[in-house]
Design a protein around this ligand. Structure first.
Ligand SMILES: Nc1ncnc2c1ncn2[C@@H]1O[C@H](COP(=O)(O)OP(=O)(O)O)[C@@H](O)[C@H]1O
Ligand SMILES: [Mg+2]
Length: 324
């Protein structure tokens, strides 16, 4: 079905619908041109047929009449779907189709795409961010040692492949990072931390709430926020409230920075959580908590936050995590 992308007609359609023009007009949003997206797409190593159990159609033998693929909702098992209560914007209809509108951002270890899931001929549609962990040679492994290798694998074959960094091993590592992030998002969302709602996971792809406008313009990262659009004290309060919930649950983000926080119309959302750290079990738990607060605190102080508030939050989080 992904072959349908190679045909000029659907590619043109995506280009004309997508955010390329909008991205160029607004440098705050990270839409990139569709050409690299197209290339990345062509080279996608997980390019396998995931069309199953769907009725075929006379227009496209193995794909839906519109869109790029059938909704993958029914391919995820119950534990691969997001936590209850499920928000009502989540499209679960089997007749739904997925359409990709291009890359939101290429990251260090994953690429994030804009995906629409819609039920044809009804008004029902939703936008999601599809985060795909890279399993090719471009993926960087700086977070792998220490974080993943201590985890037990049922299959020693998987451990050996991971250690050797074979293609299969890389795919296994990418899948584990995706699973780790999906589990973390589910847990944090349920606890009340401001994170995107995780819709489902399938292999190396996580589908989650898109933080941005209905037009497909992604929310800027905190680091890109212009001074006049940010109420620094209010954002700090929102961040503190989320981090307190996280700490009470026993976790630190582990990679918190002004790049892993989005701000959509004044609402702060924490992203990129595969490496959350159990601050009780981890002997360096307290320093992870502190480091997160200091990293992001430096950005806030540079924007006018009183410095003592950073120390106060660090102390509060240690207290919430019962590390005092
Ligand atoms: N749910 C989302 N909604 C909108 N944009 C997102 C979402 N998740 C990620 N992004 C964008 O993609 C970028 C990379 O995502 P991130 O989870 O930080 O991955 P990485 O591990 O590559 O840093 C983010 O900085 C943000 O701009
Ligand atoms: Mg990130």
């Amino acid at each position: 079905m992904r072959d349908s992308f190679a045909d000029q007609e659907s590619f043109t359609r995506i280009r004309s619908k997508g955010g390329k023009g909008a991205g160029r007009r607004n440098p705050d949003h990270d839409f990139e041109a569709y050409e690299p997206y197209f290339e990345a797409y062509q080279g996608a190593p997980d390019d396998q047929d995931d069309q199953q159990d769907h009725p075929t159609d006379s227009h496209a033998p193995d794909g839906p009449p519109t869109g790029d693929r059938w909704s993958t909702w029914d391919q995820s098992t119950p534990t691969e779907k997001g936590p209850e209560p499920r928000p009502d914007w989540v499209v679960t209809e089997l007749a739904a189709v997925d359409t990709e509108f291009g890359i939101v951002k290429t990251g260090k270890e994953a690429d994030v795409f804009l995906l629409e899931r819609a039920v044809p001929e009804t008004g029902r549609r939703t936008l999601m961010a599809a985060k795909r962990y890279r399993d090719g040679q471009h993926r960087m492994f700086h977070r792998d040692s220490g974080y993943l290798e201590g985890r037990a694998h049922k299959e020693s074959r998987v451990s050996r492949a991971m250690a050797k960094r074979s293609d299969f091993g890389k795919q296994a590592i990418a899948g584990q990072w995706a699973a780790a992030e999906f589990t973390a998002l589910s847990r944090l969302w349920s606890a009340g931390v401001a994170v995107p709602y995780p819709v489902q996971i399938l292999g190396t792809e996580i589908l989650m709430e898109f933080i941005g406008d209905p037009t497909g313009a992604a929310a800027p990262r905190l680091a890109q926020l212009r001074a006049e659009e940010s109420d620094v004290d209010d954002l700090w309060d929102q961040l503190g409230a989320s981090l307190a919930v996280l700490a009470r649950d026993g976790y630190a983000h582990g990679d918190l920075s002004a790049y892993n926080i989005l701000v959509h119309q004044g609402r702060l959302v924490i992203i990129d959580v595969p490496q959350i750290v159990d601050v009780i079990a981890n002997p360096r738990g307290r320093s992870f908590l502190e480091r997160d607060v200091r990293n992001v605190g430096a950005w806030f102080v540079s924007r006018g936050l009183a410095e003592h508030r950073v120390d106060e939050l660090a102390r509060e989080l240690a207290f919430e995590a019962r590390l005092d």
